[in-house]
Design a binder for this molecule. Structure first.
Ligand code: GRF
Length: 195
């Protein structure tokens, strides 16, 4: 089974969805580690309940991003992690992680990129009054939500929907789309390896 790591900073509903899909045998992976940069985050409670090993750290206790990413890479390699999936990890990935996992780091973003990159994409779309938004899964590069797009799905924002309604609709899509994309990527990876 391919070992993967999930990175999250917040509530972790995507972590939960991926872990449930793994447990149901829908995603051919073992979640070898959850990396979290916010020691009080709710995702840590979820990880404990799900039995996922955790590395939680305080970025400010390191002298630089290079320093904490070096520690993360060491732990990922030791655990045999082959792919990294960001699920609400609120931090730009630096060169140390990018070079160690080139084309192996994937992110999910709650808009149809390249529209509304960065923080509060749902609020940005809502405030702009767009009628279609959605979810993007993409490879991570050094930019903010700029890497090559792997898949997207759209959500209609009908008049009368609140921001909370839009968020719920987006999350419903995320919780299906991300496990599906992970499965396709890992199946492709395994085929490549057996050729
Ligand atoms: C998701 O909307 C994801 O697209 C974005 O951050 C949010 C994380 O939500 N990158 P959760 O912590 O998985 O509930």
């Amino acid at each position: 089974m391919t070992k993967i790591a999930l990175f999250a900073s917040g509530s972790g509903s995507n972590v939960q969805a991926i872990a449930e899909a793994v447990a149901a045998g829908k995603v051919p992976a073992e979640i070898a580690m959850l990396v979290c940069d916010k020691p009080g985050a709710y995702v840590l409670e979820r990880a404990e309940a799900l039995g996922i090993p955790v590395f939680a750290f305080q970025p400010r206790q390191y002298e630089s991003k290079e320093a904490f990413e070096t520690e993360i890479v060491g732990r990922l390699k030791k655990a045999g992690v082959e792919f990294v999936f960001l699920a609400g990890y609120m931090r730009l990935i630096g060169p140390v992680l990018l070079n160690a996992y080139r084309n192996r780091i994937v992110n999910i973003h709650p808009s149809l990129l390249p529209a509304f990159p960065g923080k509060d994409a749902i609020g940005q779309a809502f405030d702009a009054g767009v009628k279609i938004s959605g979810v993007t899964v993409h490879f991570v590069d050094e930019g903010m939500d700029t890497g090559p797009i792997i898949d997207q799905e759209c959500v209609r924002i009908d008049s009368g929907m609140t921001r909370g309604d839009v968020q719920k609709a987006i999350q419903r899509i995320e919780h299906n789309l991300y496990p599906n994309v992970i499965t396709k990527l890992l199946n492709g990876f395994r085929e490549e390896q057996t050729q």
